[in-house]
Design a protein around this ligand. Sequence first.
Ligand SMILES: C[S@@+](CC[C@H](N)C(=O)[O-])C[C@H]1O[C@@H](n2cnc3c(N)ncnc32)[C@H](O)[C@@H]1O
Length: 385
Amino acid sequence: MNQSNDVNIFFDKMRESLVDHSFVKLTLSKSVGSNKDFKNVYARLIEIKGNIQLSFTLRYATKDEVKNFDLENGIQQIKDWIGVQFLNADLFTTQEDVVLQLNKKRKARLFIKKPSIQTIPNIQHDRSKKRWLEVSNSLYLNEMGITNAAGNILKSGQKKFRQLNKYIEIIDSVLNNHPLPKHPKIVDMGSGKGYLTFALYDFLTRSKTINPTIVGIELREHLVSYCNDLAKQSNFKNLSFIAQDIMDFPADQMDMLIALHACDIATDLAIAKGIKANAEIIIVAPCCHKQIRKDMNCTNAMQSVLQHGILAERQAELLTDGIRSLLLEVHGYKTKVFEFISTEHTPKNVMIVATKSKPKPELLKQIAAIKKQFGITTHYLETLL
Ligand SMILES: C[S@@+](CC[C@H](N)C(=O)[O-])C[C@H]1O[C@@H](n2cnc3c(N)ncnc32)[C@H](O)[C@@H]1O
């Protein structure tokens, strides 16, 4: 339908309520579509495997049907219904009730009323319970521009904060199954500005009964001195940063290795150090995947698919991380590869979690077969092991 200003405002308000967590529910009514049995839609938020989704109950004359969408597709679905299947949309937030009404000619009118529901739905309660990081009195979150001086999360810091929470939630769940020793050594390779390194130190020392030593390894010296200063100011005694290439870092004993978005082969360098140091846990979220992209030279039927740059890029990504995971398994780790945060927050969202297990040398054959199929001469990680 033609998007009038009122319709746009309605969707802006819906988006806002999803961002600031004031969304309660949404109802579509006054059914006018070709499907006469399709009477209403009731939308609410649910959390599935850590992802927030819009759950729609589609009410038909004789049955209900439930469909879940990620937020972006959910909003699009509502847009598609309005003016086609339904003339009324009621958005309930804890701030206001927003009513969109269309007449038979599809002319829209918007009404904004005081909120009729001020209690936050369960999911919001769950979400606040699942705040893994302490925001008040947190100097590093303030210094990194995530919170203001009063300890409230800034609008501009919400995305980063959500990412950090998600990382910590994942790490917590890994540690519950693979407890670290009382004084573990943790290395964060390619620590950058140190967002996760600080959050992890803070979380472990506050919430777990362990006393870790965490070292961040980072090429850029100015970031290293910034992070060391901040660690001192924060009184994080066993958190420090070293200006060094991951390649030169000695693969001495370490219990856990993390490398988030370490560029291209830096992820391979990090994984190799973790394996050599016999780390109990290795967690990486790879970034760009240039090495395999350049080395891939497919001559079989797949060639016709991979002639498209974007598809070749995605294939290279899949192969790079797939072979990383297999190599980890060969070298005695059990791996899990998953999307750890919605693409809405970052497109770099694949995570490999590897925990110590039994070596599986038999997987080398599969790696060789995959490489042959895609004309890959070498995966950089292999050369390091
Ligand atoms: C995209 S940033 C990610 C920073 C941080 N891990 C995060 O997730 O916020 C990648 C960082 O890795 C660093 N880096 C890349 N290659 C490196 C290497 N070989 N040795 C040390 N640091 C490296 C870069 O300087 C950059 O700061």
